[in-house]
Design a protein around this ligand. Structure first.
Ligand code: C5P
Length: 217
C-alpha cells in the first residue's frame, strides 16, 4: 500500500459513546485531517447482513471495494440493532480483514488536501495504527455514556428506553473487550482521557495542548 510521508496520524480507541467521535471531529478540523469513524464500517457490514439473506464474505468484500466515505453518512447506521449486530460480527477475524484495507488507506494515504488522518474505533492504537504520532484512549463511566447515547437517540426520535441503552452498551463493552481478535484495550503508549466530568471543550483543549506541544515544538 502507498503511504504518504510526513503526515500527522492520530489513533483513538474508546468504548461506545465515550465521546471519541466528537473529539476526533474537532481534531480533524483543527489540524486539517481526514476523519474516519471505523465503527461505521462495522455498522455498514452489520446493515448489509441484516438486509441481505445471502450475506457472505464475498458479498461484503465486493461492497467494501466500492465503498465511498460519503456512504458512511447513512442514517440507517445509527440504531441499537445495527450497533449490536456490528459488535457480534466484529468478532469474526475474516470480517475484520475485509474491512482493514479501507481503514489503512484512509490512515496512511489520505487525499493530499489533508495534512494527515485521525481514526477512531476499538483496535486503532493496538492493531491498525500502532505507529501513530498520537495515541489516545478516551473513556467515560458507563452510565454517563448511556445518558449521552440516550439523548442522541431521543433527538433522532428513536423508540428506546434509558435502561435498554445502558444494557446494550454494557453488552457491547463486554463483547468488544473480551473477544479473541483485536479486543478493545488501552495500550501502554496511549494517553488516557476520561470524559465523564469533562465538557467537550475542556476535553478538546486537553488533547490540543498535547498535540500542539509535539507538532509546534
Ligand atoms: O464505534 P461504534 O459504536 O460505531 O462501533 C460499532 C461496533 O463495531 C463496536 O461495538 C465494535 O464491536 C466494532 N468495532 C470494532 N473495531 C473498530 C470499530 C468498531 O470492532 N475499530
Amino acid at each position: 500500500m502507498k503511504k504518504r510521508s510526513n503526515i500527522i496520524t492520530v489513533a483513538i480507541d474508546s468504548p461506545a459513546a465515550a465521546g471519541a467521535g466528537t473529539q476526533a471531529k474537532l481534531i480533524s478540523k483543527e489540524y486539517n485531517l481526514l476523519y474516519l469513524d471505523t465503527g461505521k464500517l462495522y455498522r455498514m457490514a452489520a446493515l448489509l447482513k441484516i438486509k441481505n439473506k445471502n450475506f457472505n464474505y464475498l458479498y461484503l468484500k465486493k461492497n467494501m471495494a466500492k465503498l465511498k466515505l460519503s456512504s458512511l453518512d447513512n442514517k440507517g447506521l445509527i440504531s441499537d440493532e445495527v450497533a449490536n449486530t456490528a459488535s457480534v460480527i466484529a468478532q469474526d477475524i475474516r470480517i475484520r480483514k475485509i474491512i482493514k484495507n479501507f481503514q489503512l488507506s484512509c490512515a496512511y494515504n489520505p487525499p493530499t488536501k489533508y495534512s494527515g488522518s485521525v481514526l477512531d474505533g476499538r483496535d486503532i492504537t493496538s492493531v491498525l495504527m500502532k505507529d501513530a504520532m498520537f495515541k489516545f484512549y478516551i473513556t467515560a463511566n458507563v452510565k454517563e455514556r448511556a445518558k449521552r447515547r440516550f439523548i442522541e437517540y431521543k433527538k433522532l426520535k428513536k423508540n428506546i428506553t434509558f435502561k435498554e441503552v445502558l444494557k446494550s452498551l454494557k453488552n457491547r463493552d463486554k463483547l468488544d473487550k473480551n473477544r479473541k481478535y483485536s479486543p478493545l484495550k488501552k495500550t501502554k503508549d496511549s494517553i488516557l482521557i476520561n470524559t465523564t466530568k469533562l465538557s467537550k471543550k475542556s476535553c478538546f483543549y486537553k488533547i490540543k495542548a498535547i498535540m500542539d506541544n509535539k507538532i509546534y515544538n
